[in-house]
Write a new protein. Structure first.
Length: 180
């Protein structure tokens, strides 16, 4: 089973627990902190992945690092350590966030543009795509991509809406080739 599928299953299990206990937002806040620690502290992850470090020592570190966190989040982290899946913790958090957003009618979009978009431009994209995707809210993450000559490319989940000049030229070229 791929690491992505494993991460998704852990996230889904934790999400279901959160739904039952009505603690989704609480878990989400804790998990964002966990992800930040895992991504910003390289030595922390190296310690957790070291084959000669006993699993109990790893769990002690997690319990100290995340003291005061909910038992369900700590238990999930312990399970990941037991199964040697420490490296997928950030992915678990990302999938959990996706489940939270889906439950609230929120989608995330990454907008690639040649320059930083203004607030007005971002709001316009949000208005158009909330209707198009039939969601309550669209959270936009703008990424500057110098390869975009003009226009924008919007990625929502696995779907890409290419409104770049390059994309339009490629579609025009395909139309000309297929017409002949």
């Amino acid at each position: 089973m791929s690491k992505a599928n494993v991460a998704k299953r852990y996230a889904e299990a934790l999400f279901q627990i959160g739904v039952e206990k009505e603690t989704i937002d609480f878990f989400d806040t804790e998990l964002q902190t966990v992800k930040e620690v895992f991504e910003s502290n390289e030595s922390f992850l190296k310690f957790l992945q070291h084959p000669k470090v006993d699993a109990d020592e790893k769990k002690q570190l997690l319990n100290k690092a995340f003291a005061g966190f909910s038992k369900d989040v700590l238990h999930t982290l312990s399970l990941l350590v037991d199964r040697h899946n420490e490296a997928i913790v950030p992915e678990v958090v990302d999938y959990f966030q996706t489940f939270v957003f889906e439950s609230k009618g929120i989608k995330q979009a990454t907008v690639y543009s040649v320059r930083e978009l203004s607030e007005a431009e971002i709001k316009q994209i949000q208005q158009v795509f909330t209707k198009k995707l039939n969601v309550q809210t669209l959270k936009v993450n703008n990424q500057v991509d110098p390869s975009v000559i003009g226009g924008v490319k919007i990625k929502v989940g696995n779907t890409v809406y290419d409104g770049t000049i390059q994309g339009k030229l490629e579609r025009l070229e395909r139309n000309i080739v297929t017409a002949n």
